[in-house]
Write a protein that binds this ligand. Sequence first.
Ligand code: I3P
Length: 106
Amino acid sequence: MEGMLYRKQEMESHAKKAASRSWQNVYCVLRKGSLGFYKDQKSASSGIPYHGEVPISLGEAVCEVAHDYKKRKHVFKLRLGDGKEFLFQAKDETEMASWIHSIHSS
Ligand code: I3P
């Protein structure tokens, strides 16, 4: 699965808040066990990552609706084994549910 999502990093590790905390629009590409970030679809097909970011590994990842985040709608949370935590905003409930389902089955 792939598509544009708004992304905000909340945690850098288990005990450390992320330093860069603004929402960014990123093109997300879900592959078996990993999630890569690109500026847009064109960059994704050329394999040019967003700010040189290495795709995140989804081993031990937990993905769920971000019920505790009230400022935006259709937001889900992704927590990685190393403590990194991201929020993602989808365009509607259906898209959010698809992402959560796909991340669970990846
Ligand atoms: C952040 C930006 C985010 C905000 C975050 C700010 O500032 O305003 O939108 O998160 O708040 O730190 P900057 O753009 O200067 O990095 P919210 O939208 O969730 O409020 P936070 O530090 O309380 O997470």
